[in-house]
Design a binder for this molecule. Structure first.
Ligand SMILES: Nc1nc2c(c(=O)[nH]1)N[C@H]1C(S)=C(S)[C@@H](COP(=O)(O)O)O[C@H]1N2
Ligand SMILES: [Mo]
Length: 427
């Protein structure tokens, strides 16, 4: 570790490319300001009192909206997939325009295999049937009387980051297009175990086939152990009723498991002895391995991270001190560690994790960085509590067939040019 004095500010370096020690997160702001690196604001002119300080503002309203000047903060509609099937439709969360870890409800990513149905909650029913002592049917009102639990969890489509997986040249687009099919929500609902125990699962009932009420009747086979351990019938999303996009009035939530299994608009839970190999788990959502064979039932999402600030499509505002910030997660549990490199992977420094670090939830990491204006490559590498480490793209590619785009979790390098442009690169 070396210390250097930049105009009186002591910056403590932790790795190459100007990465600062994570103890300097708070200190760096002061140090950066002292060094003139953060461009502190100057005093405001007395005469310049804006009009909003001189008149009454708008009255209270029933449902709030983001500030008008923030109207560009939208989900990215992922066009190339719009023609796959009628109303097959995707949108990605604009992570480069958000901070914190919870995704606002209006910006949660969407994957609809047959469009977003317009469900009348008064007519929607959930049925539990098959290998149970007592088949049950619930309406929304009945479910409101059950005990509920709350937990923050990410949801990630197995197809997230697909462009990096399959495109021969890195696509120049923002985090919304590149990695937007992951979001993080505080979900509230009834534990699946409570409903299953009420129905009375027969000893031979080892799997549950969950199906949605949308046109394509998306359906997946789920091992009973997962349903019973932390499966949730989610009714609320960040405190309010689940949005139509996320499965109104109810969805299955399987913490950490591939998005596709988290059936939206849930209408049927059929208890079976074995998986039934629905079209969604045999035709789609199987990975093709390097030797051409298919891998079925990859349930948990791999350990993954990417830097959101700065990230592709952004421009650096000149040399100086910055905070590198990003998101990390793992379907296997908690994030244990995130390392950041500012020299294309030659040296690494450990980032600070914003607590509480929750299992199967997006975790924000950050590290102070002194960019001296030279071109370099930033990247982040996450390790989870099981010891699993995020792979390099070449290692990930070696495992799968060239056409496979599912379960891509490789390290994301961002090239920073001397002009300050931030670009997507493969390393
Ligand atoms: N019924 C139903 N459930 C569904 C889908 C769907 O199209 N229909 N899409 C699945 C896929 S592929 C994913 S990744 C997630 C997306 O959830 P979200 O749209 O709330 O982000 O829901 C899954 N559950
Ligand atoms: Mo998905």
């Amino acid at each position: 570790m070396t210390r250097s004095d930049i105009d009186g500010a002591a910056l403590e370096y932790a790795a190459g490319g100007g990465l600062l020690n994570r103890r300097m997160l708070l200190a760096s702001a002061a140090a950066g300001t002292a060094a003139g690196l953060l461009q502190p604001s100057v005093a405001r002119a007395e005469a310049d009192i804006p009009e909003w300080s001189k008149t009454a503002g708008a009255r209270a309203r029933g449902y709030g909206m983001p500030a008008a000047a923030e109207s560009a903060v939208q989900r990215a509609i992922i066009e190339p997939w719009q023609d796959v099937a009628p109303a097959f439709s995707l949108s990605g969360t604009p992570h480069h325009r958000l901070r914190g870890t919870i995704t606002p409800n209006g910006l949660h990513y969407e994957v609809h295999h047959g469009g977003r149905p317009d469900i009348d909650p008064a007519r929607h029913q959930l049925m539990i049937h098959g290998l149970v002592e007592q088949p049950l049917q619930f309406g929304l009102e009945a479910l409101e009387r059950y005990p509920m639990v709350t937990a923050a969890h990410f949801l990630e489509c197995a197809g997230n980051s697909l462009f990096n997986a399959v495109m021969p040249e890195p696509m120049q687009a923002g985090c919304d297009m590149l990695h937007g099919l992951v979001s993080n929500t505080e979900w509230t609902g009834v534990p699946m175990a409570v409903l299953m125990e009420e129905a009375g699962v027969k000893p031979e009932g080892k799997w549950v086939v969950a199906a949605g009420a949308d046109g394509p009747s998306l359906a997946r086979s789920i091992p009973m152990e997962k349903i019973m351990s932390d499966g949730m019938l989610a009714l609320y999303q960040n405190g309010e009723r689940i949005r139509p996009e996320q499965g109104y009035p109810m969805r299955l939530l399987l913490p950490g498991w591939e998005g596709n299994m988290n059936i939206k608009w849930l209408t049927s839970l059929w208890v079976t002895e074995a998986p039934v190999h629905t079209k969604d788990e045999s035709g789609e959502y199987t990975e093709i391995l390097a030797d051409g064979s298919s891998l079925q039932f990859t349930f948990a999402m791999g350990v993954k991270s990417f830097i959101t600030h700065p990230s592709a499509t952004m421009t650096m505002n000149g040399p100086g001190v910055y905070e590198i910030s990003g998101l990390a997660w793992s379907g296997a549990g908690k994030v244990a560690k995130v390392e950041v490199s500012a020299d294309g992977g030659e040296s690494w420094a450990e980032a600070a994790l914003a607590g509480p670090v929750l299992p199967q939830a997006l975790t924000r990491f950050s590290l102070a960085w002194h960019w001296d204006g030279s071109p370099l490559v930033l990247m982040s590498r996450a390790t989870d509590e099981t010891g699993a480490v995020q792979p390099a793209r070449t290692d990930w590619k070696a495992r799968y067939h060239a056409s496979n785009f599912l379960h891509y979790n490789a390290i994301q390098p961002w090239q920073v040019t001397a002009e300050g442009a931030v670009q997507n690169v493969y390393l």
